[in-house]
Design a protein around this ligand. Structure first.
Ligand code: NI
Length: 280
């Protein structure tokens, strides 16, 4: 039985854990947050959702929803860390940042963090990879999935296909966005061998973080419990990442096509995209 979790103390990621991340494309690090931190961030997350629901918004602002014929998948607040100091602090949390930079092998910047809630009876989050949604060019990018409640399998934790990050290649930036989205959510049609690879389901406790590569194929189960799953999903990119306009980004973010006035090829930096060492 392979041990999938890294239980070494924060800041002490073993070489084996880093090697396993590169080999498998994900790593589960238990208890990066203390119970007191979890309580603070969960309370703020719930407050932030309520605040966003009460505000008046333009299209694609506020609480976004992903719905399929099968039902509600998930709801989220885009860029929740941008205007909320508490969630921003969680996005650049020193222990999370240290693990992320160790896995990436160099300094990282915050790209964004989104606050997610998957209500009771929400349906499965379809398989996909994250990099297709990144409007930047980077040597490395990874996602930190921060559990703010306990997430056993029946509450919709993540599953990964180990090693798929070495197979999956995102579509070109100018591909028709609907075609690109279909391809992103149907990797088995482009890489049929992935359908026959074993996958790993990773239940997590509140305060655990899973880190995953931008290209790994993953999904989240349905929430078959009677309570809401809360998590913060943060995306980090290497410190030299540059803006790259993509058709999918433009389709999904018509209110923010150039990330606050960036030209293609321009470095993403400044207050919106801080270096995460030393808490952002
Ligand atoms: Ni994802």
């Amino acid at each position: 039985m392979q041990v999938m979790s890294e239980s070494t103390a924060p800041g002490m990621l073993s070489d084996q854990a880093v090697a396993r991340y590169h080999d498998q494309g994900f790593l589960h690090v238990p208890q990066l947050l203390t119970p007191a931190e979890v309580a603070e961030f969960l309370e703020e997350g719930k407050r932030h959702f309520a605040l966003e629901e009460a505000r008046t918004h333009g299209p694609n602002e506020g609480v976004r929803t992903h719905e399929l014929d099968e039902g509600l998948v998930v709801e989220w607040v885009n860029h929740a860390g941008l205007d909320n100091d508490v969630l921003r602090r969680l996005s650049c949390h020193p222990r999370i940042a240290e693990v992320a930079e160790t896995l990436a092998g160099g300094p990282l910047r915050l790209f964004k963090s989104d606050l997610y809630r998957k209500k009771a009876e929400s349906t499965l989050t379809p398989i996909h990879h994250d990099e297709v949604f990144f409007p930047f060019s980077a040597r490395s990018a990874l996602t930190a999935w921060v559990a703010l409640v306990d997430v056993p399998a029946e509450k919709g934790c993540l599953s990964f296909i180990p090693g798929s990050h070495r197979v999956v290649v995102p579509p070109s930036a100018d591909k028709d966005p609907m075609d690109a989205l279909v391809e992103a959510e149907d990797p088995f049609s482009r890489w049929p061998e992935l359908a026959y690879q074993p996958f790993v389901t990773v239940p997590v406790r509140a305060g655990d973080v899973t880190f995953h590569h931008g290209r790994i194929a993953h999904w989240a189960g349905a929430n078959r419990t009677d309570s809401t799953r809360f998590s913060l999903i943060t995306i980090y990119m290497d410190a030299a990442a540059t803006f790259q306009a993509t058709s999918i980004h433009n389709l999904l973010n018509p209110d923010d096509p150039d990330l606050g006035g960036h030209r293609p090829g321009q470095q993403l930096d400044g207050d919106r995209f801080p270096l995460i060492a030393n808490g952002g």
